[in-house]
Design a protein around this ligand. Structure first.
Ligand SMILES: Cc1ncc(COP(=O)(O)O)c(C=O)c1O
Length: 398
């Protein structure tokens, strides 16, 4: 199997001996992304949309062309629909605050038992502020969203449905288009948490038929501190801003303020323009490889890993084997995931253990902690062989 990228394009793999299997948490960065950010600081650094000199025009141009690259990457109608936030969590909080303030006490928000805390807690906070009801779609025994009760849960009272595209614990890829149709039938807003999907598969917002999409830059080869909220222009235009101050205004008097146009009305303060430019470079890098190729490559890696892991006695993989992305959660009888992680660490293998910021999901699995291996374009079969060998020697130690 030939790899999609050369590991040497990622400086960390030259500097450290690593079998990095924690990309669902954060990805490693190719040199082109680091160079793009270094280039801004060394050659074009000035605050964006403010400075009336050449340097400022250059940084603003780089920032806005990054917005354009990201708009094309997800097939948005226009770059005006792309808001730079600090990450998926910030994007969902923005929505929970801004759309949430338009909801009334009897209105309902529907999420699922599969969500990351980033798509649970902001809605629970909204319940506290407004008294709306928060409801949950349950899961089937094999870890898929159970739509058999959807007609009881998606009703005229439902104003927002907010679901993850791909589970960060089970790897399950949810039937977003099917749920979009159910959501539209009752006229609710449909939000997709794309934190785990946009980095690993083609995501086309027109095709998904969602209203908003939230995702993080650092999980898709980009830097930390930048993420995206995409939304349909008319919907964004009708929302109040979440944070205020800086250039998000049209006019400020001592009595009141009016707002700048979308997307700027949602970008209060000095934006994270260097990171946004870094994310643009990451998107260029991924586009060159092709997201269909990324998805297919990871499917091969994941099938290989599942086959190998399944051959280990007493190792239980969570979730359904079909329709899944490159995330595998598992438990081994009588070995705590934390002990496993420490043993793997001795072999320079990085996996994540714990509740993965999805405690309600772990509860449905009857676990408090799982081990999770997740893959990306820089992994190959040999990384999986190393994981499997190290798990086997841990088991033999215990
Ligand atoms: C499904 C999902 N949603 C949201 C988030 C939050 O992303 P961030 O921490 O980058 O804001 C994560 C992070 O792991 C995630 O996996």
């Amino acid at each position: 199997m030939s790899t999609l990228v050369n590991k040497s394009e990622f400086p960390i793999f030259k500097n450290r001996k690593l079998t990095y299997l924690d990309s669902a948490s954060t990805s490693q960065k190719p040199k082109v992304v680091l160079d793009a950010m270094r280039n801004v600081y060394e050659n074009s650094n000035a605050n964006v949309h403010r400075a009336l000199y050449d340097l400022g025009s250059e940084s603003t141009e780089l920032y806005e062309s990054s917005r354009e690259l990201i708009a094309n990457f997800i097939n948005a109608n226009s770059s005006k629909e792309i808001i730079f936030t600090s990450g998926a969590t910030a994007s969902i909080n923005l929505l929970a605050y801004s759309i949430g303030s338009q909801l009334k006490e009897d209105d309902e928000v529907l999420i699922s038992h599969m969500e990351h805390h980033a798509n649970i807690v902001p809605w629970q906070q909204l319940v506290k502020r407004t008294g709306i009801k928060l409801k949950y779609l349950p899961l089937t025994g094999s870890g898929e969203i159970d739509l058999s009760k959807s007609s009881e849960l998606i009703t005229a009272k439902t104003k927002i449905v907010s679901l993850t595209h791909m589970s960060n614990v089970l790897g399950t890829i949810n039937p977003i288009k099917e749920i979009a149709k159910l959501t539209k039938m009752v006229g609710a807003i449909f939000i997709v948490d794309g934190a785990q999907s946009v980095s690993h598969m083609p995501v086309n917002v027109q095709d998904l038929e969602c209203d908003f999409l939230a995702f993080s830059g650092h999980k898709m080869l980009g830097p930390t501190g930048v993420g995206i909220l995409w939304g349909k222009f008319e919907l964004l235009n009708n929302l109040d801003p979440f944070l205020s101050g800086g250039e998000m205004i049209e006019k400020v008097t001592l009595e009141e303020s009016t707002w700048n146009e979308v997307p700027y009305k949602f970008e209060a303060g000095t934006p994270n323009y260097v990171q946004a430019i870094g994310l643009g470079a990451a998107v260029k890098f991924l586009s060159k490889i092709g997201m269909e190729n990324v998805h297919n490559y990871e499917k091969e890696l994941t099938s290989y890993a599942i086959e190998k892991l399944q051959s280990i006695p007493n190792l239980n993989i969570h979730g359904s084997p079909k329709n899944r992305g490159s995330v595998i959660s598992f438990n081994i009888e009588k070995i705590h995931p934390q002990d496993l992680a420490q043993f793997l660490n001795e072999d320079n293998i990085c996996i994540r253990v714990g509740h993965h910021c999805a405690q309600p999901l772990l509860e449905t699995l009857n676990e408090t902690s799982t081990a999770r291996a997740s893959f990306y374009i820089y992994n190959d079969f040999s990384d999986i062989d190393k994981l499997v060998d190290s798990i086997k020697s841990t088991i033999s130690y215990f």
